[in-house]
Design a protein around this ligand. Structure first.
Ligand code: XMP
Length: 510
């Protein structure tokens, strides 16, 4: 088993970030529920333990507490924020509510004698990110303070003999300028010898899929997105042609998308059956204008079509491109990520289909999936694809969805994509697309008065779609977009640009 740094999740919004940072430093890390027994942690080949932050205060009723034996494993422990406060309280120190919540950047002075701050002596002060309302009034016996700020006299501590450390600030947040160095120093204390290597992950995953699936047959649905594609390539390596793939064309894909996806899969030697189900989807969407109803109809229709083509065909496994953040969110027992989400387009398959779920990417973050895709030879066109919603163009056609309106949007959207790509802007943008509005406006073309559709252009910058800023596209690009759409797309006489950010707006219009 790979040497691992385990992160006990007390529900902080930053827990995932800690895990990503550790992996970026080349070491495998896993997030586990805070109450995981110490014996299980030992069995995971853990080399170090990080106690995450939490929305709770240690003295609150119901505050999450780990198995007390985690300190007896003899492993290095790093408590971050709540994690540090828990160490304090459980070892006889005192934590109290601070008069003033400390949120934002702070300057600390540190002792570079501490192994946690090795090679950080050059500067007297260091900028870190604080986010806490409790503070440590008295440190436990055997500990010494190794960093302090104006507001937090105990910004970091360590035990005199045991490898137990605490940080009041968040090293995983990029505003902590030398956060990666601090985490790297903790990794050094853990004496890890194995590198987290994605090439090796591929070999292990292929063997794992083979062992799990045995001689059974696997069915998967692909969308042309990164996750389902990488999951398919990996599974095909493991089970060859016992993997069958379906590409359900709902008639709501972008211009030429269906053909491009099929061609890309052919180039990767994956056998995919394309099902043209556009008539069923569009039939069920006729007259529906409410966005949530559109989503529900599309989800249900997808399942119906999938079941029709799979039932009675002797498949045992359903392949899904579930990623680590989804797994963490569904297993978290505390904090903001407590609610269990149903994320997947085929997540609601009826139990009567009796398919077992195969999730080869369930331990990976998105950037790792992209890297693995690159190693597996997945074309760049798929790896760098912008996110595209499951309900497709239906939620970008405000109002009634029909073939004529889909055609208009497809043409306008193709122009947006080609001009943005032509201007070499695609790598800098999170998403860029066209939206068809349910209004008409007056225009003049030649000598004729026109009364036609309006297209809105949406282009945003974002890192995770949770927040987004409207993109400041160069005027020349906007100008070309508008002139091309109006002159080339019959039925459109006006183009507008969306200058709203998320929040309070959303990226999609519906
Ligand atoms: P919003 O509009 O909520 O979008 O700011 C955030 C991200 O999610 C995508 N999105 C969806 N993806 N099914 C999906 O698979 C959906 O119903 C859906 N709605 C929005 C959106 O494209 C953006 O990347």
């Amino acid at each position: 088993m790979t040497e691992t740094i385990v992160i006990l999740d007390f529900g902080s919004q930053y827990t995932q970030l800690i895990s990503r940072r550790i992996r970026e430093l080349g070491v495998y890390s896993e997030i586990i529920p805070f109450q995981t027994p110490a014996a299980t942690i030992k069995d995971m080949n853990a080399r170090g333990i990080i106690l995450s932050g939490s929305p709770y205060s240690v003295y609150q009723r119901g505050a999450p507490k780990p198995d007390k034996d985690v300190f007896s494993l003899g492993l290095p422990v790093l408590g971050i924020c709540y994690g540090m406060q828990y160490i304090t309280q459980s070892m006889g120190g005192i934590v109290q509510r601070s008069k003033q919540r400390e949120y934002g950047r702070a300057e600390i002075e540190l002792s570079c004698e501490s192994p946690l701050f090795k090679d950080m002596c050059a500067d007297a002060r260091h900028t870190v990110w604080m986010s806490h309302s409790d503070r440590i009034e008295k440190i436990p016996e055997g500990f010494t303070v190794v960093a302090s700020s104006a507001n937090s006299p105990v910004a970091a501590f360590q035990h005199a003999e045991k490898p137990i450390f605490g940080l009041q600030f968040h090293p995983e947040v990029s505003h902590t300028v030398e956060g990666m160095r601090i985490l790297g120093n903790f990794i050094n204390v853990c004496a890890i010898t194995q590198k987290w290597n994605l090439g090796e992950f591929i070999d292990t995953a292929v063997r794992g899929i083979r062992d799990t699936v045995g001689k059974d047959r696997v069915i998967g649905a692909i969308s042309g997105g990164v996750d389902s594609t990488v999951a398919s390539v990996l599974t095909q390596r493991a089970v060859g042609n016992r993997l069958k793939l379906l590409f359900i064309d709902n008639g709501l894909l972008r211009e030429h998308e269906s053909g491009e996806v099929m061609a890309a899969f052919k180039a990767m030697h994956l056998t995919v059956t394309r099902i043209d189900a556009s008539a069923v989807f569009l039939g069920r969407l006729r007259g529906v204008t409410d966005p949530e109803k559109k989503r529900k109809i599309i989800g249900k229709t997808f399942i119906d079509v999938f079941e029709k083509h799979v039932s009675g065909k002797n498949f045992t496994w359903l392949l899904q491109g579930t990623l680590y953040p989804d797994v963490i969110e569904s297993t978290s027992h505390v904090g903001p990520s407590q609610t269990i989400k149903s994320h997947h387009n085929v997540g609601g398959l009826p139990a009567r289909m009796r398919l077992k779920i195969l999730e080869p990417l369930r331990l990976l973050f998105k950037d790792e999936v992209r890297s693995i895709g690159g190693l597996l030879g997945v074309p760049r066109t798929i790896l760098s694809r912008q996110p595209f919603p499951g309900p497709g163009l239906s939620i970008r056609i405000l109002g009634d969805v029909n073939r004529q309106r889909i055609d208009i949007l497809k043409k306008a959207d193709a122009i947006v994509r080609s001009e943005i790509e032509h201007a070499s802007l695609s790598d800098t943008l999170w998403q860029y697309f066209a939206v068809l509005l349910p209004v008409r406006t007056v225009g003049i073309m030649g000598d004729e008065r026109t009364y036609e559709h309006v297209v809105a252009i949406r282009a945003v910058n974002s890192t995770d779609a949770m927040t987004a800023d409207w993109s400041r596209l160069p005027y020349e690009v906007m100008d070309r977009l508008a002139s091309r759409i109006i002159s080339e797309v019959v039925g459109v006489n006006r183009v507008v640009y969306d200058i709203s950010s998320k929040p309070p707006s959303t990226i999609e219009w519906e």
